[in-house]
Design a protein around this ligand. Structure first.
Ligand SMILES: *Cc1c(COP(=O)(O)O)cnc(C)c1O
Length: 404
């Protein structure tokens, strides 16, 4: 059997649709963010990264770097085992305490990534709670969708951010079965924010537990970076808060926080927690340093808000349409995978601006876009340069009518 032919057949179809993914080969340079070196067939050049999830540049923060280097010198590189068999390090527990404190919860549990935390927690809850029904927002991330699917629990998909739809589903379910309402705070592609209070009220009314993914909010929202639920004063009313250490905190890893019983339950039964090597202790130390810093420092959050507002205003001045939302995510809609890729290529090749084209299946077909994430480290000049590049391209490509 010619397996490569089978692989290539599907890859060719992906290419024909314009949905084949080309990764930019970057070389991050410590202290230079958002600048990075970009490698391609023509060699190496400096580019400005406009789509990083290292939203606040914490991945290059001197305090975080120093803490990680020192921890490697102290503890070495790897954890040396799964959490169960010799891999639990003092630094993991200190980080879990820091995370529980961040969200005002009794306990926290670390995972190797945010993806793994969603996948593991939801598949564990959905499969272990008898007759459990999971009510999942239609915009939820792949990691939640896959976790729910793997749980084999009955799943109901409610209309994105539509609390009336959620309520109508909740009302039809028997009162005495366990229900989980799973949703995100900041949705990463449209940058819209869930009506958390209304969702929590609906869940409370029908006795459902709430599961929120704050991956695109932790570090950036709330007075201590506890996320949108912290900003809205709702953390104590949410059963489980999930987050990542890989985005605004600039490291890697994921976590859940909740009651001691909830975390002990998942610790004891979730395969994705148990059967994998624990995070390196140095990563735990770096993440804790980053979290602790952002608990007390408002400078990064204020800088991000300022540059997000500045980019939006500059786009408005040039008549470049972008999706309005209340978050730090600035989507510029193109609506066609080939055009989106072409624009991204021009920006990279002619202007040294790197923004990854976002296509299906990350977003629905016909909503392909460029997604900009201004950080506190993008300067006013970076923003002016980006917007002048976009406005030149806009005129060259006569895109205005193709835009949603
Ligand atoms: C990125 C992402 C995750 C996964 O987090 P990682 O730490 O990158 O694995 C989970 N949920 C959402 C909404 C995300 O965007």
């Amino acid at each position: 059997m010619d397996f490569d032919a089978l692989f290539n057949e599907q890859l060719d179809r992906l290419k024909a649709d314009g949905n084949y993914r080309y990764f930019a080969e970057l070389e991050r340079k410590c202290g230079k963010f958002p600048r990075a070196a970009s490698h391609d067939d023509n060699g190496v050049r400096d580019v400005t990264v406009w789509c990083s999830n290292d939203y606040l540049g914490m991945g290059q923060h001197p305090k975080v770097i120093d803490a990680m280097c020192e921890a490697v010198r102290n503890s070495g590189t790897g954890a040396g085992g799964t959490r169960n068999i010799s891999g639990t390090n003092h630094d993991h527990l200190r980080l879990e305490e820091e995370l529980a404190d961040l969200h005002g919860k009794e306990a926290a549990l670390l995972f190797t990534s945010g993806y793994v935390s969603n996948w593991s927690a939801l598949s564990c809850l959905g499969s272990r709670l008898e007759n459990c029904v999971i009510l999942s927002d239609s915009g939820n991330h792949a990691s939640m969708i896959e976790g729910i699917r793997h749980s084999k629990a009955h799943k109901i998909i409610w209309k994105h951010n539509d609390v009336a739809d959620l309520r109508s589903h909740l009302a039809r379910l028997p009162a005495d079965i366990p229900k989980i309402v799973a949703f995100e705070s900041v949705y990463s592609m449209d940058g819209d924010i869930a009506p958390i209070r209304e969702i929590v009220e609906a869940a409370e009314e029908f006795g459902a537990m709430t599961y929120i993914d704050e991956v695109h909010a932790v570090g950036m929202y709330g007075p201590r970076g506890g996320g949108v639920a912290e900003r809205e004063g709702l953390m104590d009313r949410i059963t489980l808060i999930e987050g990542t250490l890989g985005k605004a905190y600039g490291c890697v890893g994921g976590y859940i926080t909740g009651s001691a019983a909830l975390c002990d339950f998942i610790r004891s039964f979730a395969s994705g927690f148990i059967f994998t090597t624990a995070l390196p202790p140095a990563v735990a130390v770096a993440a804790r340093t980053s979290i602790a810093h952002l608990k007390s420092s408002e400078m990064e959050r204020a800088g991000q808000r300022r540059q997000v507002a500045r980019l939006r205003a500059a786009l408005d001045r040039e008549g470049i349409p972008h999706m309005k939302n209340d978050s730090h995510i600035v989507p510029v809609m193109i609506g066609d995978p080939v055009k989106t890729r072409m624009l991204a290529d021009y920006l990279m090749d002619q202007w040294g601006i790197y923004v990854q084209p976002i296509n299906y299946p990350t977003v629905p077909k016909g909503t392909e876009r460029l997604r900009f994430t201004p950080s506190p480290l993008h300067t006013d000049e970076d923003i002016d340069y980006l917007v002048s590049a976009l406005s030149v391209l806009w005129r060259q490509c006569a895109l205005a009518h193709a835009v949603a």
